[in-house]
Design a protein. Structure first.
Length: 297
């Protein structure tokens, strides 16, 4: 009996250490400028096979080998951070109203809907639950959630997941530094820039001194100026994050074009040609396979 117990303990220890090594490797890949590996970011988790922003959607991403999940945050009436994209729970649950109108206990009475609008048994998860689920296994990106920067940081410390988190916003460096300068150098922070905006170059230059690990670059139209600014981001020492989501974020080089029109080279291939080191996608399985075929995994 003691021998069996010891074996189980050793297996569990190996699993935990292996998971920790997975996260460490992903952090190295994220920060490395030498690797050819392109990191795949799953938008709201694997929402095609589980409710968006659910624990199951995130577990699916871990199982399929995705590198990072993208999540959104809202705060409850009793100051608990939960995973929710919209300001209300109307679209994604069987309830109605703003997240801020409910306590966490009250929100737990509702259940998430799947992609067909069917109510499931999945509850709305808290950020802490997501951090515990993903600890040591996968990177996490907070897209909508900058307003809770300090609260997020406290949870990262509590769960020992600081290195796995990427926090984003579209705010200028001066604002971010003034509001969160005390923890800005302790987390991975990533700016978001609209390259079609006339002030895009000034925004990029504002972050030159910080030299963020990567910068998310969005553009509805591809112009010579967009291409020049993409190169400028790289020249400033940051990796490029591009989106394969809807066409207005990538000038028409999107996921659906890749999968439904079978134009992978014209979509994902184009993103790679323009220097993408991270690609956010709604088609993680197909993108992973494409990157493997292209020798980028």
């Amino acid at each position: 009996m003691k021998r069996i117990t010891c074996m189980i303990f050793l297996l569990c220890t190996v699993f935990v250490l292996s998971a920790q090594e997975s996260a460490k490797t992903l952090v190295v890949d994220l920060k490395s400028h030498e690797t050819k590996k392109v990191l795949v970011v799953a938008h709201r988790g694997d929402w095609r096979n589980a409710p968006e922003n659910s624990l199951q959607a995130f577990q699916n991403c871990i199982a399929m080998g995705v590198d990072m999940i993208e999540i959104d945050l809202k705060m409850t009436k009793d100051n608990q951070l939960v995973i929710m994209h919209d300001n209300t729970i109307d679209r994604t649950t069987d309830g109605k109203g703003k997240v801020s109108d409910y306590t966490l206990a009250e929100l737990r009475k509702f259940h998430l809907k799947n992609g067909l609008g069917r109510v499931t048994f999945h509850p709305i998860p808290t950020l802490e639950e997501v951090l515990e689920l993903t600890k040591g296994k996968i990177l996490i990106n907070i897209d909508k959630g900058y307003d809770y920067f300090q609260e997020v940081y406290k949870l990262l410390v509590k769960t020992q997941t600081i290195d796995q988190m990427v926090i984003k916003s579209g705010y200028a460096y001066e604002k971010v530094k003034a509001e969160n300068g005390d923890v800005l150098d302790k987390v991975i922070y990533m700016p978001i820039v609209d390259l079609n905006n006339p002030d895009a170059e000034a925004f990029i230059e504002g972050y030159r001194q910080m030299k963020p690990v990567a910068m998310e670059c969005c553009f509805s139209e591809v112009t010579p100026e967009v291409l020049r600014l993409l190169q400028k981001v790289k020249d400033n020492g940051s990796k490029i994050w591009l989106n394969g989501l809807w066409p207005s974020l990538n000038g028409g080089h999107d996921d659906d074009r890749a999968v439904e029109l079978n134009q992978k080279d014209e979509s994902w291939g184009w993103l790679l040609e323009k220097g993408a080191s991270l690609i956010q996608t709604d088609r993680p399985v197909q993108l992973l396979q494409y990157l493997k075929e292209e020798g980028r995994r």
